[in-house]
Structure formats: C-alpha cells, structure tokens
Design a protein around this ligand. Structure first.
Ligand code: URP
Ligand code: ZN
Ligand code: ZN
Ligand code: ZN
Length: 531
C-alpha cells in the first residue's frame, strides 16, 4: 500500500501555516500532505479521523531531567530523580511529546572528568530501560579542564551528536566562575556547540539564604525570597556580557522573571545571538501558590520549589506572556525535574538519611520541620529544586495560552516543537511536517467534543506522587501521539513500548550557527581571537 497510516480531517498546524488537509505516512516518515487522498491511495492504510482537531508536529521537550545522578542530584542536594527513561518518556508521550532532550551530567569527582565517559554511563541508563519517546542528551559541564574541552568536545559532536552544553552560575557543586564560563564558552564556540546557561547569581542566593536562616525563615516559601527576580536579572546581564565578549551564542534556560526576559530582549535588539527558554511553572504558579500552604510545620509547598522560583505575581506573568508572543522566548520546555514528595530522598527531606524516622509523623503529610531543624541548620536549603511537568507542558500551554487567545496555533508549534528542533540541530527531521520528516504528531481532541476536567496526579504517567497543577482545569489534552508513524498514545491509553524510542544524534544549531556580521567587525575580539 502507498501509506501505512493516514490522518484525515485534520486542522494541520505548522510553525507558519494552518490548513485543512490529510497526512500520508509510510515507513516512519511523512510522505504527503494533500487536500484529500483517493480510495486507492488510502487502501491498506490505517486511518485516523482527526474530526477537525489540531494536528501538530509532536512536542519536543528540550529540558528534561531523567535518571540524574543520586549523589549529586541536579544540584548536589542529594535528591533522588524519580523518573528514569521508561517512566519519564511514558509521561512525555501521554502529554503529546515525542522527543525529549535530557542531561548527562559531569560532576567534580575525578572519575567524571571525562565527558565521554559521563555520556557513555548516562547512555547505559537510557538503554537499561529503553524509552517510549525519541531522546537525545545535552552535556552539563562543571569544570574547565583545557585538555578535556579540547579533545572531547569534537568527539561528542562526531560520535554522539551532542551539540549543546549546559553551564551553571549557581549551586556550589556546579557553578563556574566568570573566567571558567569564558573558558567553556570559548571552547563551545569553536565547536559550534550551543551553550545553555542557568543564570542565577550564586553569591546573592547564598548570602540571602544565610540571612533568612539567621531569622529562622527556613520554611519552603522562603526559598522564593532567597531568589528574588534580581538574582536572575544580574546573572543574565553578566552572561550576556561574557558571551558578547567572545561572540558566543547562548540560550538561557528556564527564564522565570520579567527582568530576565527584558535583559534577553535588550541583547537581542543589539543583534546578539541570545536565546531564551521559559517553562510552564512561570505561567501557572506564583508566590501565592507557595504561600497557600505556608505554615511552620507544613512542607506541602516544597512541591512547588524550583529554581528560578515562580514569579511573585500575575504582573510578571503578563510580561512573560508578552515574551512568548513577541519572540523573546525561542522555546518553551518543561524543566521536568522529578522528586517524590513522600520519600526520604524526595522533596521535603532532601539529605536526611534516616528513612524510618521520616514516616508516620504528624505534621502535614508526615514530615516534621522540627525533625529537620534539629539535624540541619536550615530547611529549604536542603530541599531539592525542581518540579515535574513533562506531561502537562503542552496541555497547560494549550489551555492557558492557545485557547485563551494569547498565542496563535502556529506560535504554539514554533515554541514547543519547531524552534527546539532548529535550536538543537534536529530540524527538519523533527519539528516539521515536510515530506521526509519523521512522522511525529500530536492530535488534539476536537474542542467542542472535549469535556474540560480538573487534573489529579493519578491521571499522569510519571513516577512522581504529586503534580503542582493538582486541581487545575484543562480544556483539552492530546488524543493521539504518534512517534515515527506508530500510535503510542490514543484516547487515554499508552499504546507504545519502552523500546520504541531511538537515540537522536543532533547536528549544530540551525538558529545560532555562524554569526553573520560579527566575525567581520574589526572592533570585536572575534576578529583576532578565533584566528
Ligand atoms: O529547580 C530546577 N529548575 N531544577 C532543575 C535543575 C535545573 O537547574 O534545571
Ligand atoms: Zn537549571
Ligand atoms: Zn532543569
Ligand atoms: Zn516520608
């Protein structure tokens, strides 16, 4: 037969267009878009009737933490990553995401000096369970060993197709000094690697945390006070200056403040290759949510702790919406960073080793702040940062932005699929609906036929025991998720298998590769530094 699978009656959306058409799929690829197919063309193919609903390229979530090292966690806090490749990718496909890019993490331990060994070890974790979704890796670099950068970055590109690294400006176990940032950015630039930056001023956070602890302000809510918007404001400005100095393309991950967004906007107006990512938590949570559970003995709001924290109020969210709309934000990712709530290595307890003593206590759902205070001088300092959201990413943006008329369907596709594919070198194999593209699709419910519902965690497919969006209303949800021509999620059921997902080698960024103009400007360092 001509096609294996045909999607009919879809409202097909790409980053540029919307049209009512049919999609023909064969051997994992999109083969044809047409106003209609003849009976002959459809003969022998499975047919899905989209009933007028949106049909989009499958979601690409370029910021997902899975299987991240227990000893260091994402920030050396000792939290245990609740999702592995199997459970995390299962959650992804149930939310319309067909590709996830996760983080292989170097540590400062001597055995983690080699980035290649780090990636090999991380890959073994992915292969141990398999993945329901296609997947790739970013590399987190936490040291500036000259030999490693020189010898290994080219190998990461060549052998692994890893064309992006993440650097930290905060967290004791991960942060780089300014000169170390320059070292790694310089090496990244020479290898056409896109540098992702976690921009928070680590000294400000440390200083404020000490002051808060001195006043006994250690409950989870105060985590937000230890990271006011200025923390991101300063760090984004500094990183922009560092990147400008050596003409290096950068992408700010998880921008959560109006101040951060304004700094990015200004740099872009100057013509610098500065990109930014934002995340659902900054549109759907505020300090009010952190305050909701605020009491000296309650850890409920540790469920909302992430860095940067959600913005103080809705006025910041208005500015962030503007940034989605006007292009300040290039991509919209989940920053899925899963910790369990009721678990000794999860949210409330962080580093505590004594599991038995943590269960069955009276305060809140079983964790007593006095217990924590008696052992540690602070509390929120020891709560692992990060919240789950790989499955709710697209539905939250659908409900809060697309259906609310705040962004167009094309913008939705651009932010959630096409731009991440371009930024991280997957385009047009992914993020596009062109003949020859992978047949990765998300098909929504026809809006008029879908009954809005309030989310509860048991409906999700991650391995986390809560969602920060418990009780929130959703007006649509992916009806079908299709991975390279295979239906992996349909009408509320997982149809895929953990071996469906394939590792994705990536090329250089198609957004930031090359710097037209800058190299030729005799006043920039690029004129001599890269000779
Ligand atoms: O709080 C957060 N965002 N945790 C995840 C790790 C990171 O910094 O992205
Ligand atoms: Zn980060
Ligand atoms: Zn993250
Ligand atoms: Zn417990």
């Amino acid at each position: 037969s001509k096609f294996d699978l045909v999607i009919v009656n879809g409202t097909v959306v790409t980053a540029s267009d919307i049209s009512s058409c049919c999609i023909g799929i064969k051997d994992e690829k999109i083969r044809a878009l047409a106003q209609s197919f003849t009976d002959d063309e459809i003969a022998g193919a499975e047919v899905i009737d989209a009933e007028g609903a949106y049909v989009m390229p499958g979601g690409i979530d370029a910021h997902v933490h899975l299987c991240q090292d227990l000893k260091t966690g994402p920030h050396g806090l000792g939290g245990e990553c609740a999702d592995n490749f199997e459970t995390g990718s299962r959650s992804a496909i149930a939310g319309g995401t067909t590709t996830v890019i996760t983080f292989a993490t170097q540590t400062r331990a001597e055995e983690d000096r080699s980035l290649i060994k780090v990636v090999e070890a991380y890959n073994a974790r992915a292969e141990a369970t398999g993945s329901y979704a296609d997947y790739g890796f970013h590399i987190i670099i936490v040291r500036n060993d000259a030999d490693v950068l020189e010898n290994e970055l080219p190998v990461l590109i060549q052998d692994w197709g890893i064309s992006s690294c993440k650097l930290f400006m905060t967290y004791e176990t991960q942060r780089l000094t300014d000169s170390q940032l320059l070292d790694v950015m310089f090496a990244a630039r020479k290898n056409a690697i896109t540098t992702m930056i976690h921009a928070e001023n680590g000294d400000m956070i440390e200083w404020l945390t000490d002051k808060l602890e001195g006043k006994g302000m250690v409950a989870p809510f105060y985590h937000a006070l230890s990271r006011p918007p200025l923390v991101e404001g300063e760090a984004t400005n500094r990183a922009i200056a560092l990147a400008q100095l050596i003409q290096n393309p950068i992408l700010f991950v998880h921008v959560g403040s109006a101040l951060g967004a304004a700094n990015v906007r200004k740099a872009q107006t100057m013509g610098l290759p500065v990109y930014a990512e934002t995340c659902p938590q900054y549109f759907n949570l505020t300090w009010e949510d952190l305050k909701r559970f605020h009491s000296p003995t309650c850890f409920e709001n540790s469920k909302m702790i992430c860095s940067p924290p959600p913005p103080p109020d809705n006025s910041d969210q208005e500015d962030l919406f503007t940034g989605l709309h006007n292009g300040t934000f290039t991509i919209y990712s989940s920053d899925h960073c899963p910790f369990r709530y009721d678990h000794p290595h999860g949210k409330p307890t962080g580093v505590l080793e004594d599991e038995a003593s943590m269960h069955g206590e009276s305060a809140c759902t079983g964790h007593n702040i006095q217990d924590l205070l008696s052992r540690k001088e602070g509390a929120f300092r020891f709560i692992p940062n990060g919240i789950p959201g790989v499955e709710t990413r697209l539905p939250l943006l659908y409900t809060g932005a697309l259906a609310a008329g705040r962004i167009t369907p094309q913008k939705f596709v651009e932010l959630t699929s096409t731009n991440p594919a371009k930024l991280y070198g997957l385009y047009p194999r992914k993020g596009a609906l062109m003949p020859g593209s992978d047949a990765d699709l998300v098909i929504w419910h026809p809006e008029k036929k879908f009954q809005p519902f309030r989310l509860t965690n048991s409906q999700l497919h991650h391995n986390v025991d809560y969602t920060p969006y418990e009780g929130q209303e959703f007006i649509n949800w992916p009806r079908y998720t299709i991975l390279r021509g295979k239906v992996v999620w349909a009408n509320g059921e997982i149809k895929g298998k953990p071996r469906d997902g394939k590792y994705q080698k990536r090329g250089p960024s198609q957004l930031s590769h090359g710097l037209p103009g800058h190299d030729r400007d005799p006043h920039t360092v690029a004129a001599w530094l890269y000779k």
